[in-house]
Design a protein around this ligand. Structure first.
Ligand code: F6R
Length: 281
């Protein structure tokens, strides 16, 4: 489970909890044993229904705060959400003109016009289809020469926006969020990480072969994700059912990065019935 960090911003678990308790990276957060489990869970019948429910929450955020900062994700899970948002833009119900977005992650070494880059994904699934000001859409720079500098720049950028109002997340088969891979510490800030074999395997479906999947990626850290005012996690498919159970009913541990979300004060989990099949009461 080796994880190389090019940014040197690892924090240990104790330090992380101290930060949580000082409210530097959380809000009203208490250790799991001392708090009620308050995560909202919405079960949808299908991927389409999951997408609609989750898109409705983003819609609500944009109506309540038209100049909100949305934290966005890529992958298969959010595609249906972005399609819905585009539909609502086309019918005149949604206006992106004041919205700022900040993405979770980007492959290191991929140019924005590479069709496997996350910048390209965001442009083609959302940004090019709505009236967002592209200069207010942010994704880590896959071509940055200096990884450490790029991580610092991205963290400073997020801070300068006043943090994220609503963070959309998917979850990897190994429990990763963003590209925060399982390890023995929670990473606080943006860092450049060596992707695990299982992640490369899962993502090779988008590339010609596993060899073409970049080995490194930039990702927002767990601390930054936990600072988001609201978190919306979406999950679909039977093959994610066991990791959903581990993440939300198991112990909080960096071995399952998504488990830290149990400590966030405002998390909504929207999943289809297959993905939620192991956590039904
Ligand atoms: C992508 C990201 C990843 C994905 C996760 C699930 O920006 O942050 O953590 O959310 O790998 O991917 P899908 O949705 O393809 O199963």
């Amino acid at each position: 489970m080796e994880e190389r960090n090019l940014c040197g911003n690892k924090g240990n678990m104790k330090e992380f909890f101290v930060l949580l308790q000082r409210r530097e990276i959380g809000g009203d957060i208490q250790l799991k044993k001392e708090r009620e489990f308050t995560m909202r869970i919405y079960k949808a019948e299908t991927y389409e229904e999951m997408s609609k429910k989750a898109a409705n929450m983003i819609f609500a955020q944009m109506i309540l705060k038209p100049d909100c900062v949305l934290g966005l994700a890529t992958g298969s899970s959010p595609v249906g959400i972005y399609d819905r948002l585009v539909e609502w833009y086309q019918t005149g119900d949604l206006d992106f003109s004041q919205v700022t977005t900040v993405n979770l992650d980007e492959y290191r070494g991929l140019a924005p016009d590479n069709d496997q880059s996350y910048r390209y994904f965001m442009n083609s699934h959302l940004f090019d289809r709505v009236n967002i000001d592209k200069s207010r859409t942010f994704v880590p720079d896959g071509l940055a020469e200096n990884a450490e500098e790029e991580c610092k720049r991205y963290d400073a950028l997020i801070q300068s926006m006043g943090g994220v109002d609503l963070q959309l997340l998917g979850i990897g088969h190994n429990g990763h969020i963003g590209f925060n891979e399982p390890g023995d510490v929670f990473e606080k800030g943006t860092h450049c990480v060596a992707l695990q074999k299982s992640t490369i395997e899962a993502n090779k479906r988008f590339f010609a072969s596993a060899e073409e999947v970049p080995e490194y990626a930039y990702t927002m850290g767990i601390g930054t994700i936990m600072q988001a005012k609201k978190i919306l996690l979406i999950v679909s498919g039977k093959e994610k059912a066991s990791i959903v159970k581990e993440a939300f009913l198991g112990p909080v541990t960096p071995a399952v990065p998504a488990s830290i979300l149990q400590m966030h004060r405002d998390v909504t989990l929207v999943g289809d019935k297959d993905a939620l099949s192991e956590i039904e009461g």
